[in-house]
Design a protein around this ligand. Sequence first.
Ligand SMILES: Nc1ncnc2c1ncn2[C@@H]1O[C@H](COP(=O)(O)OP(=O)(O)OP(=O)(O)O)[C@@H](O)[C@H]1O
Length: 121
Amino acid sequence: MQNSFLGKRIKACQYALKGAYILIKTEPPVQVQVVISILMIGLGFYFDITSTEWIFQIFAMGLVLSLEAANTAIEEIADFIYPNFHHKIGLIKDMAAGAVFFAAITAITVGLIIYVPYFFN
Ligand SMILES: Nc1ncnc2c1ncn2[C@@H]1O[C@H](COP(=O)(O)OP(=O)(O)OP(=O)(O)O)[C@@H](O)[C@H]1O
């Protein structure tokens, strides 16, 4: 079972869950995103948003959380391979942060499109 296709997939899921747990437990930017996601879910229930709105909201939350996690992993790799100051390391970190920025702008736009009509109608 351990080395079977299914066994390997189960192991991969366990490693992924461990990674998600470490991110949520130790990374403040991820913790902030989790809190924002919980608040957005609460807001969704409060306004009883439609199924389509839920789908867009869940995708937006998943996009930001995933990229925040990937950004954290890139920062870890950068610090591991070159712990000292180097303009290339700075550039790599800034680019990874830029990816989170694109996702955050997308999520904010989705949030505004969904909730502005609920707040002002
Ligand atoms: N080793 C380095 N060499 C050059 N510039 C760096 C280096 N480490 C960080 N920087 C610069 O400082 C910025 C902040 O780096 P840092 O690793 O603290 O990221 P952070 O986003 O503040 O981390 P966290 O998200 O964990 O708070 C980077 O985006 C980069 O511009």
